[in-house]
Design a protein around this ligand. Structure first.
Ligand SMILES: Nc1nc2c(ncn2[C@@H]2O[C@H](COP(=O)(O)OP(=O)(O)OP(=O)(O)O)[C@@H](O)[C@H]2O)c(=O)[nH]1
Ligand SMILES: [Mg+2]
Ligand SMILES: [Zn+2]
Length: 288
């Protein structure tokens, strides 16, 4: 039988086969191959004497590090406009990480009930110009989630964004039940810090969804400095106008990307985030 690992706890893996979940152990040989089954893995299992065993891990199409999940195809990047205020530099970092993992990206700007008209205009102007798919939602009231539901089909979707943005609230709404814990940051801390959180896949709308804890900073320094520009899709069509091959669109003269920024075609804030990240990566490389 072939199934998908939806959860792994204490040496047991929970494998979803059709509508059933089978508790499995991994065959010892995986440890020798340095291949450990991961949540998200497609696996072949055998059931003997009511005990499930993972016989084989099918080839992975991808492996995310944070969270450590295999075969993720899509990212819902969730930020709230207010409470907490949207942080565009952090948002650009999330986008870069998702791009570097080749994920299909959909942006959800949450808590639209707290936003003023001008906030929405600003966001439209910023992300509309980049070309990302984005939707304004009110996760708490369940507003605007029809679109989100459609993206889930046949995908393994990771929901990421800063703490308090409403990721878990959104997932609960999409599932129609409270599968994830939600709340204000202060409330959560009262219930005990560092509650271990295992990644798990939740089956919903013919796909799987994975919640993540909110990250307040993201390490982008594993990305090569030559590759960072490819994580900014709106730069692509202007790089052909750069004078130098291998232009990093930094201090080089005759740069097509910088021209497009000066002309107001590429959003200035996006370019600034790019150079900040490029400098971070270069700094690390100097001391390597
Ligand atoms: N006003 C308003 N509040 C919301 C909305 N969606 C979520 N919230 C609230 O925001 C708070 C944080 O929501 P969570 O879903 O726990 O946020 P999270 O992104 O999962 O946070 P972490 O798990 O810490 O990363 C909760 O108190 C929610 O009730 C919304 O659309 N409008
Ligand atoms: Mg959460
Ligand atoms: Zn250039």
């Amino acid at each position: 039988m072939i199934g998908t690992i939806i959860k792994g706890i204490g040496g047991f893996y929970y494998v979803k086969v059709d509508d059933e979940v089978v508790e499995c152990k991994a065959r010892g040989k995986f440890r020798f191959n340095e291949l450990t089954p991961l949540v998200g893995d497609r696996v072949e299992i055998a059931v003997k004497n009511n005990k499930g065993v993972i016989e084989k891990i099918l080839p992975r199409t991808s492996e995310l590090i944070r969270p450590n999940v295999a075969n993720v195809t899509q990212a819902f990047v969730v930020f709230s406009i207010k409470s907490p205020d949207i942080n565009l530099d952090l948002l650009n970092r999330f986008l870069v990480i998702c791009e570097s993992n080749n994920l299909n990206i959909v942006l959800f700007i949450n808590k639209r009930d707290l936003a003023a008209g001008q906030d929405l205009k600003f966001i439209e102007n910023y992300f509309g110009r980049i070309g990302y798919k984005y939707h304004f939602i009110g996760a708490k009231a369940g507003e605007g989630l029809e679109e989100a539901g459609k993206y889930l089909k046949n995908n393994v979707t990771v929901v990421c964004g800063p703490s308090g943005a409403g990721k878990s609230t959104m997932i609960n709404r999409l599932c129609g039940s409270n599968v994830m814990e939600t709340g204000e940051i202060s409330e959560k801390n009262n219930r005990g810090k560092h509650t271990t959180r295992h990644s798990q896949l939740i089956a919903v709308k013919d796909g799987f969804i994975v919640d993540t804890p909110g990250f307040s900073s993201l390490d982008i320094t594993k990305i090569k400095k030559e590759e960072l520009q490819h994580c900014f899709p709106e730069f692509e069509e202007y790089k052909y106008q750069c004078k130098f091959k291998g232009c990093l669109h930094y201090k080089e003269p005759g740069c097509g990307v910088k021209d497009a920024v000066e002309k107001g075609i590429i959003v200035q804030g996006r370019y600034q985030s790019y150079t900040t990240m490029l400098e971070e990566i270069s700094k690390v490389k100097l001391y390597d």
